[in-house]
Ligand binder design. Structure first.
Ligand SMILES: [Zn+2]
Length: 382
């Protein structure tokens, strides 16, 4: 019953709208133009209409570090490239990396080799057999040293101590006092961290977590139980989808255990991108798009993202046409008899200068609220 009465009201509104159209053809265009409802999926007229305003999708990156460490690329650079590529799909709102202890304590072969070389050089320097072409510079205070070992000692004895002192001070302060201290020390601490990265060797691993944090990632350490990272990351992705925090999921992994969550994301109308090296893997087959690490690092993925976006847009347009086909037919059969020719005249007057919003208006089903951009978005994917 409720449905029918609602239908009646809507039909009456539509009739009124049509009368208005005849009287003042510009009225509906003005009245029903909602810039927000152009969700960047393209208008309902694929070929002729100009591009609507782009709505930035929120993008979430989830990185399975256990499965896909950034090697052989340096973690900071890899993370930045990943973010840059993901930003082609929208606004990168979430960046999370998951791993267990092993991923953080692991040192890649290239880094191990570098460290070995450094130790050898330090030894020959100390024996007086070689001199560095240029003195070593302390990047905190600017002092020069002719022995790497002396620089290292100086750095540890002075700057590392200062840094620890500052951290302790901040740690023990509360409230506004703490905020003041953080502000006061932020420049110095930043300078120290940048210098320390080059000189000091991390106690474990090669600073993977710090480097990813520096690039803006939220780094989550999980227990060493098998599959712990997978399970926690899956839960995190589902939670994010439940809260509708993102419209595009970028998953960095080759682990087929994530197939179900990618499938789920697709069902919830999220766009899905997988970054992994396995080309014909399950994940890449399910996801809307897939890249390899190399493609990300070489910038190829970023270039390709443009055509991927275009493909998504076209597909959304097709889906919307399918979805709206039937109600349009019904609408016609309701009124079509008497005023059809007049109606067509009015419509044809607008071809060329129409911005697509009017056609969209007509294709909108009766239960779709005109201003309800969100519901349009979710429907367009079904
Ligand atoms: Zn110094």
């Amino acid at each position: 019953m409720v449905l029918f009465s609602k239908l009646g009201t809507v039909l009456r509104t539509v009739q009124l709208k049509r009368l208005e159209t005849l009287r003042n053809p510009f009225a509906p265009t003005i009245r029903y133009f909602h810039p927000e409802s152009n969700l960047g999926f393209g208008s309902t007229v694929p070929s002729s209409s100009p591009e609507p305003r782009i709505h930035q999708k929120n993008v979430a990156i989830f990185w399975d570090l256990d499965n896909k460490p950034p090697n052989p690329f340096p973690p900071y650079q890899a993370a930045l490239k990943l973010k840059k590529t993901a930003s082609s799909f929208g606004f990168v709102r979430h960046m999370v990396a998951y791993a267990n202890r092993h991923a953080f304590s692991y040192v890649p072969a290239a880094i191990r080799e570098q460290r070995r070389e450094r130790n050898k050089l330090t030894q020959v320097e100390n024996e007086g057999l070689v001199k560095p072409p240029e003195p070593y510079l302390c990047r905190v205070c600017g002092r020069n040293f002719y022995y790497h070992e002396k620089l290292l000692n100086h750095f540890k004895q002075i700057h590392e101590r200062e840094h620890t002192k500052r951290l302790n001070q901040i740690e023990s302060a509360r409230g506004s006092q703490r905020v003041k201290l953080v502000a006061k020390y932020s420049m110095k601490m930043e300078k120290y961290k940048n210098a320390a990265r080059e000189i000091l060797t991390p106690k474990a691993g090669y600073g993977l977590a710090d480097e990813l944090k520096r690039a803006g990632f939220l780094v989550r350490r999980v227990s060493d139980k098998p599959q712990a990272a997978d399970i926690e990351m899956k839960n995190h992705i589902v939670e994010m989808m439940d809260r509708r925090r993102a419209e595009c999921l970028v998953l960095v992994s080759d682990d087929s255990d994530f197939a179900s969550v990618v499938q789920e994301a697709k069902m919830r109308c999220l766009k899905t991108v997988v970054v992994g090296n396995v080309n014909d893997g399950v994940l890449k087959r399910i996801a809307d798009s897939g890249f390899s690490w190399k493609e990300i690092m070489m910038g190829k993925a970023q270039k390709e993202a443009v055509s991927v976006l275009g493909k998504w847009k076209d597909r959304d347009v097709l889906r919307r046409l399918e979805w709206t086909y039937k109600p349009e037919e019904e609408e016609k059969s309701e009124y079509g008899l008497g005023d059809e020719s007049e109606d067509e005249d009015v419509e044809s007057n607008f071809e060329g200068e129409d911005d697509g919003s009017m056609q969209k208006d007509k294709r909108r089903s009766w239960w779709e609220m005109e201003s309800d951009a969100d519901s349009m978005a979710s429907r367009s994917c079904k």
